[in-house]
Design a protein around this ligand. Sequence first.
Ligand code: PLP
Length: 391
Amino acid sequence: MRTLSSRTETFTESVIRKMTRISNQYGAVNLSQGFPDFDPPTELTDRLSQVAKEGPHQYAVTWGAQNFREAVAAKYEHFSGVPIDPNAELVVTCGSTEAMMSAMMSVANPSDRVAVFSPFYENYGADAILSGAEPVYIPLVPPDFHFDPDRLEAAFQDGAKALILCNPSNPCGKVFTYDELKVIADLAIKYDAYVITDEVYEHIVYEPNKHIYLSSLPGMRERTIVCNSLSKTYSITGWRLGYVIASPEICDRVKKVHDFLTVGAPAPLQEAAVTALKFGDEYYKELQAHYTHMKKVFLDGLDQIGLRYTEPQGAYYVLVDVSEFGVKDDNAFCEWLAREVGVGAVPGSSFFRENINNYIRLHFAKKDETLHAALDNLSRIRSKAGTADGV
Ligand SMILES: Cc1ncc(COP(=O)(O)O)c(C=O)c1O
C-alpha cells in the first residue's frame, strides 16, 4: 500500500481523549476531559425541542444564519465594547476548534512561525501541523504563569507572523491583565503580527480577575482574530457552535476555508442557540457564581487532602503539583491514578513544551456529588502511593 500523508504521520491520540478512555476502562471519576456533567439551561433545551419540530433542518448560509450572527455580534459588543458588522466581520464555525483551524489556515503559509504560550491547549499543536506553521513557544512560568516580554519580542523579531493567545487559559487558568495584554498589543503592532485569540472561557473568570478583550485595545481590532464558542458558556460542548470575529479582509479568507472544511455549523442548533445569546446579564452572573462554587468545593477538598496546586484565575481547570510523589513519568502516574485511586487526570507534560512533569490537570465543571466522589477517591492517594510505576 502507498504511504499515508506525512503531514499527519506524527499525530498521536489526543492525550485528553486517551485519559478519558483509560478513566472509563477503570471506572474512575473522569476529571480529564473538560466538559460539564450538568444540563444546559432549560430555556435552551426547550427551544431545541421546538426547533426539532419546526426546523430549519437544511444548510444555513455557510458563514452562519443571519439571526445567529446578529445575536453573536450584539452579545460581543455588549461585553467587549467593540461593535462588529455581523455580515462582514463574523464567520460561524463548528466550535472554536474549527474557528482556530480556519484562522490558522487563513493566516499561515507552510513554515511561517507562529508564537504559542506554553503550557498550551493541545489542539494548537495539531493546528500548526495541519496549517504547516512552525510553532515557537513562549513559556508561561509557574506558579504565577508570567511571561518574559523579551522572549515574546525575540519570537516576533525572528519572524513570528502571529501569536496564539488563550485567555482565560487552559490548562493553567491564567487571566491576562490589562498590562500584559498591552505588552502583547504593543509588540504585535510593532512587528505587524496577528493575534489569534481563543476566548472560550471569557465568562468563567473568578473575582477579582476580569476578562479583557484584546480586540478592545487601541490598534488591535484589525489584527486580532477572535475564536470563540458557545460550548463552555452555555454548557453545550456537543452542539459544536463557534465563531471567528475579525476584519472583513480576514473574514473573507476564513469564510472560504470554513466553506471547504465543513460547509457550515448545524442549522437547527444555530436557530435554538439564538435564545441563549439573548440571555440578560443575570445569566452570566449566575454562571460565574456557579463556577466559583464548584471551584471552592474542589479546591477546599484538595486543601483538606493537603494536595498543592496553582489557583486558577479563570477557566475550570486546576494544575495539581504531584512532586511529592516523586513522579518520573506523569503519563504512567495518571494511568496509575485512574486505576488505583479512581480519578481521571491529564498529565501536565502534554501541555508544557518545557521539561515539566510535576503537574496533573483536573477539571471541576461537575456536579457537587461528582466532585465529592473524586475528592473521596483522592483522599486515599497517599495510602495507595508506592504501588505505582514511577511513584
Ligand atoms: C482553550 C480551549 N479552546 C477550545 C476548546 C474547544 O472548544 P469547542 O468546543 O468550541 O470546539 C476547548 C475545549 O476544552 C478549550 O479548552
